[in-house]
Each structure stands twice: as C-alpha cells, then as structure tokens.
Design a protein around this ligand. Structure first.
Ligand code: TYC
Length: 101
C-alpha cells in the first residue's frame, strides 16, 4: 500500500492518474485539391475505409471543414505534418488543423 494513502478511507482517495489530453484533427476544404487525393489521404494517413473516407471528404467539401479523428498531441501533429507533406509533394493546397477535443 502506498504510504501516502495509508489510513485514508477509500472514498477520499483521489485517482491522480490523468488521461492524456486529446486533440481533434480537422480537415479544411479548398477549391483545388482533387476529391480523389483527399480520399487517398484519409485512407493512407487516417486509416479510414474507402466508404468512410469518401463520406468525410464529401462532408468537408460541402461544409468547409470536418472532423477526421481524435489523437494525443504528438500523433495529431504527426498526422497533420504528413498531410501537409503529401499535399505539397503533389502540389495541392490541402490543409488540416489541430484543435483541443
Ligand atoms: N473541394 C474540392 C474539390 O471540389 C475537394 C476537397 C474536399 C478538397 C475536401 C479538400 O478537404 C477537402 N475538388
């Protein structure tokens, strides 16, 4: 037993373990990136099925932005960097952003 919590009633013991903070990756619409490329990115980087990737792409196309997934900070940032690297390597302006979940 942890000596710091010895003698404390169970009801008074606070769970000090924190869940890691979560961040949303949001995909932004633009007029130049092809729909096909966006679907490819969603499958390759975010591991979406063909059908989910298509539905997310269409929703972003219609609404301007859309939620792609929730990750820890490091993973959200890595995925965002991968999207931007793939997009610029293919001369597309596709962008995504990270927001607190
Ligand atoms: N609006 C783009 C087009 O008409 C398609 C598109 C969808 C681009 C989603 C970006 O995040 C995006 N070709």
């Amino acid at each position: 037993m942890d000596p710091l919590i010895k003698d404390k009633p169970a009801s008074k013991i606070k769970d000090k373990t924190k869940e890691p903070e979560q961040f949303k990756v949001i995909l932004l619409n633009d007029d130049y990136t092809t729909m096909e490329f966006v679907v490819e990115i969603l499958m390759k980087i975010f591991h979406k099925s063909t059908e989910d990737a298509f539905l997310i792409m269409l929703s972003v196309h219609e609404k301007g932005r859309g939620h792609v997934g929730i990750y820890t900070w490091d993973i959200a940032l890595t995925k965002t960097e991968q999207v931007h690297a793939e997009a610029s390597a293919n001369n597309f302006p596709l962008k995504c952003i990270v927001e607190p979940a």
